[in-house]
Write a protein that binds this ligand. Structure first.
Ligand SMILES: Nc1ncnc2c1ncn2[C@@H]1O[C@H](COP(=O)(O)OP(=O)(O)OP(=O)(O)O)[C@@H](O)[C@H]1O
Ligand code: SF4
Ligand SMILES: [Mg+2]
Length: 338
């Protein structure tokens, strides 16, 4: 598979009078054409800011991308002007959020909003745009699409609104769909339907998905690879099977252990005692050390780097694994990296 997006050393910080919040602090990852990658981690670890940085939508004036590159082909998205970025958003990269009502305009009908997107990006005559809007609503499983396009968003259920958002996001066959907690606000049955829909659409049009979620249940259904974030950094990257069968980082292990056992139940992560460090308490060594049951002397003095095992997509940021070979070098864990 070809690389679609390469994020390199991304740093997004918030500056206020008292402190700097390093919301994203040196993040590197790739997304390949057509693949689904999940970004997981507890609240506040920087998932949304990573995706908003890719889209150049970091909330100002305090939030700033201070370093890094987001390469799409030979283009660095972080160097594009706002006009150029408008052409990328919705066209090449689309985004959907947890609560569709906040992204839909309450005073415009569903149809008008989809038609607006289609006419803006595809420059189609209105009649053709209306036809395409109906086709799109059919494609995302909305019944009676001809009638629904004249409805206002509040008339639709949460699940239907999210389908409308997906229809809008997919209207220009984007290369990448960023979905930030797309099903968190929905009940479990509807969640499953929306995830099925996303999977079907991404297969049909070969759209890559960056799925941001708290729910490892959701991840195992949809994603091929998982990126685990903690306190603004990536701590582990691997295939879904590797993460579930053999999680390496103590934080990932904690996340996996907190997934409910009951089959079919999708639970929110409630892992590991203690809290994510606040900016004032950010440890100088490993950021996870105060909560890590494996922590030893070095963990409190030095910051571990993200190690990629050679010829492998796995990577882990932890002193338990050897810096040269990426193989486990401390005997107190059950896991191996080889
Ligand atoms: N406007 C802001 N001003 C200052 N700090 C902010 C602002 N927005 C976000 N942050 C900080 O950036 C960090 C990362 O936030 P982000 O929204 O990316 O987290 P997240 O992983 O998406 O969490 P959640 O799962 O709750 O959505 C947090 O520590 C947050 O407090
Ligand atoms: S580096 Fe040390 S503290 Fe950090 S996760 Fe690994 S063992 Fe735990
Ligand atoms: Mg978020």
């Amino acid at each position: 598979m070809k690389d679609l997006l390469k994020v390199k050393n991304l740093k997004t910080h918030f500056f206020d009078k008292k402190q700097t919040v390093k919301a994203v602090d040196g993040v590197d990852f790739d997304i390949r054409t057509g693949e689904t990658v999940a970004l997981v981690g507890e609240s506040g670890c920087g998932k949304s800011m990573t995706s908003l940085s890719i889209m150049q939508l970091v909330p100002g004036p305090n939030g700033k991308i201070v370093d890094g590159e987001v390469m799409m082909g030979s283009k660095n998205l972080l160097k594009l002007t706002e006009n150029e970025m408008c052409q990328i958003r919705g066209n090449e990269i689309s985004m959907i959020f947890q609560e569709p009502m906040t992204s839909l305009n309450p005073v415009l009908t569903v149809g008008e909003q989809i038609i607006e997107v289609i006419t803006y990006h595809k420059r189609l005559p209105r009649k053709e745009a209306v036809k395409q809007a109906i086709e799109l609503l059919n494609m995302v499983g909305i019944p009676r699409a001809e009638e629904i396009i004249t409805d206002f968003p509040h008339r639709l259920s949460g699940g239907m609104r999210q389908r409308v958002m997906i229809a809008m996001a997919m209207s220009c066959d984007p290369k990448l769909l960023i979905a930030d907690e797309p099903t968190t606000a929905l009940d479990v049955t509807i969640q499953a339907q929306i995830l099925d829909l996303m999977r079907d659409l991404s297969r049909k049009v070969n759209t890559a998905i960056l799925l941001i979620t708290h729910d490892l249940g959701v991840v195992s259904e949809l994603a091929e690879r998982i990126i685990v974030m903690y306190a603004g950094q990536i701590v582990e990257q691997a295939s879904v099977d590797d993460i579930f069968d053999n999680p390496l980082h103590p934080y990932t292990q904690g996340l996996i252990e907190s997934v409910p056992d009951i089959e079919g139940e999708i639970g929110r992560l409630n892992p590991i005692t203690g809290n994510v460090p606040t900016p004032e308490q950010m440890p100088s060594g490993c950021r996870f050390a105060p909560r890590c049951t494996h922590a030893f002397g070095r963990c409190f003095e030095e910051e571990p780097v993200l190690l990629s095992k050679r010829h492998n997509t796995r990577a882990v940021r932890c002193f338990l694994y050897d810096e040269e070979t990426g193989v486990k070098n401390v005997t107190d864990t059950k896991n191996t990296y080889s």
